[in-house]
Each structure stands twice: as structure tokens, then as C-alpha cells.
Design a protein around this ligand. Structure first.
Ligand code: GDP
Ligand code: IMO
Ligand code: MG
Length: 427
């Protein structure tokens, strides 16, 4: 048994994972991103400065922690090195502390191009992706033709694999999208260049984690996106292309499923969603707009407005039950300060027999059933002790525990570390 732990989102992303991972990083010897790519946008506030990370683990500013990127992550080298350069002045010894698996698949320029062309085309479902090439990169991985970091270390191997990929993509680009051909030489040169740059950062992340655990050290696994965007467990097809639920940790980091440890599921006190797809509790009136304004609900990666809705305990409970989630972290509770009544969805009326197919997560033919909680109408911002919360806020937290059938171990009342209440000191 290990004492590892995981922090990941149980909704449609942007639950506040970055803040919580940064806050808890002191309790870990290493933090590991294990899926997704630079579609993620994780916000941390360090010494009053706002930092948005896309690929690097949110522990990166903690000098004592190793930062790991496991093989389940798809890497854009442009984005990675841009991020490293930006964070270097405040993340000391980053080149010694950052370790990346050579088994990671690389996002290529043609992945970004195809993502963009598909999203623009009338022949495909518009998903509202981040246009970062994430879906096409994972498609190549599953199709067993991905260029992995290791492939960039040998010119002949890279050339063979890239030739195969480029002829495949050129056929598709020219004949389906009427697009010009890709420049093989340019793409090859870029890959070789990045292979060289990546070499000093490469490590067998899976063995590294096992080695740390053998020494009794703790690893924190940081999820990107949220379980409702998981390709198998989310609102398919309006999902991302990886397993962002706890099920993805073991395969993405390269560890045994029993070594994941304690799983902290981060949920916002309401829900948000960026892009297309069903959201049964979406609020279409001025309350939704006010939550969005007060919560600063604008995408950290794309700057798109986030749709807002009431807390949906039905979807969260389904994810909890099917993913061995240990406890909840309830974030952004302060955003609801202004409300006199707060709704929680505790059930669905399934129409047209759709309940029989609930596992498909279509969530189209459902009518949410709500309970109402009394609002507190006073500022919670920055409160860091449970006892200092007003009775209505305490009752709201208890209600979330009751309807989700899981303890709330952490509460977040503001974007920086100060506004954090830890109710289980064993984390
Ligand atoms: P992530 O993708 O899950 O890391 O979340 P994002 O960083 O995309 O979005 C969360 C936003 O809410 C960021 O702007 C955070 O600074 C902010 N935030 C995090 N926790 C809290 C909180 O408890 N209260 C408030 N008001 N803001 C928070
Ligand atoms: P973090 O880690 C919120 C959404 C996109 C789109 C869908 C597919 O910050 O919580 P993709 O580019 O992944 O193929 O897009 O997934 N999406 C996110 N939404 N937070 C994220 O990450 C997201 N990453 C992807 O908006 O609906
Ligand atoms: Mg985000």
C-alpha cells in the first residue's frame, strides 16, 4: 500500500483543481499529470500573482517536489517550452525537478489543423474543443501510429513513422478538407529539434513513482478536465479524448490501480461547462449570468465564457460510485454569497424511457429535480475555519455530503491558499 493521493475534477472541468493541488503540494514529494494536454488551464495564486498552467503539474512552484508528466499525457512541445520559459523565474531548479515520460505522444501540427478543420466543418458534430489538437493526437495513439517522444530521438525511426503519418494526413487533408499538403521536412526538423531539447528531461516516470513509493514517499496525481468529460464516463460525444476520471490515473501514470491511494474529488458549489453538450441544471436567467460574473467564469485556456448551472448531485454521485472517490473538496462556495436560495439537483425525471440508458450519459431527456437550501448572504471569501462559516453555509456543506453520500474533506472559499478549510488533516 502507498500513501499516494489524487486531486481531480468530478464535473466538467475548471473545478479549482490547480489551486488545490498547489495548496496540497507541501504534503507530497512529487506531483504527476497523467492525462490530457494543454487543453487544461489550472489557475494558482502565488504571492498574489495569478499563474495559469496548462501542462506542468500545479506543484511546479514547490521547490521540494518533483514534477512529473506521465505517459498518458499528450504533449505539444511548443506549449511545453513556452510554459517552462514563463514559469522559470518563479519555479526554482525546474530543469532538475521536471521529469517527462518518453512514452508520451506528441501533438503534431497536423493534429491542431485537423481539430480546427473538423470543428469548422458542417459534416462533424461541433464539440467546442479547445482547438489544441488533443482529440486527433489521442486518435493517433489509439490507432497505434502516434509519434512518441522516444521516436524523436532517432532520425531514421522518426522519418519512417512521420512518412506514414504524413501520407495518411495528406490524403485526408487534400481529399476531404481540400487543404494543402503538409511540409514533411519542416515537421521532421521540428520533431528532431524538440527531441534534443526534451532529452535532459526524460525519465522512466512509472519506475520513478514506484521508487519513491518504495522509500515511503508520497505522490500526488493531478487530473485535468473533469470526470464528466471522460471519454468513457462522461457526456459522450461532448467529452475530451482521455480518461480524466480516476480510472485514468493508473494507466496514465504507469502505476498499479491499488497504488492510487486517497482520491479527492473536486466539485464546485455549482457547475460550469465550456463548449457544447448537455447540462441539465444550466441556469438560463440572470442568476446564471451573475454566478458567471462573480465566479469569473471565463475559460483559463481559451477565454470562452463558461455556462453555469446548479450543483448536480446525480452526475457527481454516479462518478463517485463508479470511481472509488474517497472524499470531496467543495470549491467556490463564496461565489454563492449573494443568493437567498441555492438549488441542488438531487434526481432526474427521465423521459421517453431514457432512464434505462442512463449509463450512456446522454442527459438530453432528463428533467432535474431540486431541493432548496437557504443562502447565507454574507461574504465567505477567505474564511479558513469551518466554525467561522455562517450556519446556512455549514448546512449547505452538510447537504452536499448527504446528497453525495461522501464527506467533504476540503472547502475552498477563495482563489488563494488562505481561503482553504481542511477538515481531514490526514490528507
Ligand atoms: P481548474 O482547471 O480546475 O484548475 O480550475 P480553473 O483554474 O480553470 O478555474 C477555477 C477558477 O476559480 C480560477 O480562476 C481560480 O483562481 C478560481 N478559484 C479556485 N478556487 C476558488 C474559490 O474557492 N473561490 C473563488 N472565488 N475562486 C476560486
Ligand atoms: P481543466 O483541466 C473545461 C472541454 C472543451 C470541450 C471538450 C473537448 O482546466 O479543467 P478538447 O480540446 O479536450 O478536445 O475539448 O472538453 N475541455 C475543458 N473544459 N476545463 C478543461 O480543462 C477542459 N479541457 C477540455 O471545452 O468541450
Ligand atoms: Mg481550468
Amino acid at each position: 500500500m502507498t500513501n499516494n493521493f489524487a486531486v481531480l475534477g468530478l464535473q466538467w472541468g475548471d473545478e479549482g483543481k490547480g489551486k488545490i493541488v498547489n495548496f496540497l503540494s507541501d504534503r507530497a514529494n512529487a506531483a504527476c499529470r497523467y492525462q490530457g494536454g494543454h487543453n487544461a488551464g489550472h489557475t494558482l495564486i502565488i504571492n498574489g500573482e495569478k499563474i495559469v498552467l496548462h501542462l506542468l503539474p500545479s506543484s511546479i512552484c514547490h521547490e521540494k517536489a518533483l514534477s512529473l508528466i506521465g505517459k498518458g499525457v499528450v504533449i505539444s512541445c511548443d506549449a511545453l517550452f513556452e510554459e517552462i520559459e514563463k514559469i522559470e523565474p518563479i519555479a526554482k531548479n525546474i530543469h532538475e525537478r521536471l521529469k517527462i515520460s518518453p512514452a508520451c505522444s506528441l501533438i503534431q501540427p497536423y493534429h491542431i489543423l485537423v481539430d480546427q478543420l473538423k470543428e469548422k466543418s458542417n459534416s462533424f458534430n461541433t464539440i467546442g474543443t479547445t482547438l489544441r489538437g488533443i482529440g486527433p493526437a489521442y486518435e493517433d495513439k489509439v490507432a497505434r501510429r502516434a509519434i512518441r517522444i522516444i521516436d524523436t530521438l532517432s532520425e531514421s525511426k522518426l522519418e519512417d513513422k512521420l512518412k506514414e503519418n504524413i501520407s495518411y494526413y495528406n490524403f485526408w487533408l487534400e481529399n476531404y478538407f481540400g487543404h494543402t499538403k503538409l511540409d514533411f521536412q519542416k515537421i521532421k526538423d521540428e520533431n528532431l529539434h524538440y527531441g534534443e531539447k526534451l532529452t535532459p528531461l526524460l525519465a522512466d516516470v512509472s519506475s520513478l513513482i514506484n521508487g519513491l513509493n518504495d522509500q515511503g514517499k508520497r505522490v500526488l496525481f493531478e487530473g485535468a478536465q473533469g470526470a464528466l468529460l471522460d471519454v468513457d464516463q462522461g457526456t459522450y460525444p461532448f467529452v475530451t479524448s482521455s480518461n480524466c476520471s480516476p480510472a485514468g490515473i493508473a494507466s496514465g501514470a504507469g502505476i498499479g490501480p491499488l497504488d492510487v491511494g486517497y482520491i479527492l474529488g473536486v466539485v464546485k458549489a455549482y457547475v460550469t461547462r465550456v463548449g457544447e453538450g448537455p447540462m441539465p441544471t444550466e441556469i438560463h436567467d440572470s442568476i446564471g449570468a451573475e454566478i458567471a460574473t462573480k465566479g469569473g467564469e471565463v475559460g483559463a485556456t481559451t477565454g470562452r465564457p463558461r455556462r453555469c448551472g446548479w450543483f448536480d448531485a446525480v452526475t457527481v454521485k454516479r462518478i463517485i460510485k463508479s470511481n472509488s472517490v474517497s472524499a470531496l473538496c467543495l470549491t467556490k462556495i463564496d461565489v454563492l454569497d449573494f443568493l437567498d436560495t441555492i438549488k441542488i439537483c438531487v434526481g432526474y425525471d427521465f423521459k421517453n424511457g431514457s432512464g434505462d440508458y442512463a449509463e450512456c450519459m446522454d442527459l438530453v431527456d432528463v428533467e432535474p429535480k431540486y431541493i432548496e437550501c437557504k443562502g447565507w448572504q454574507t461574504s465567505l471569501k477567505g474564511i479558513n475555519e469551518f466554525d467561522l462559516l455562517p450556519p446556512e453555509a455549514k448546512a449547505f456543506v452538510k447537504k452536499i455530503e448527504e446528497v453525495c453520500e461522501l464527506p467533504v474533506d476540503v472547502i475552498s472559499t477563495g482563489p488563494d491558499d488562505h481561503g482553504t478549510i481542511v477538515l481531514n488533516e490526514e490528507i
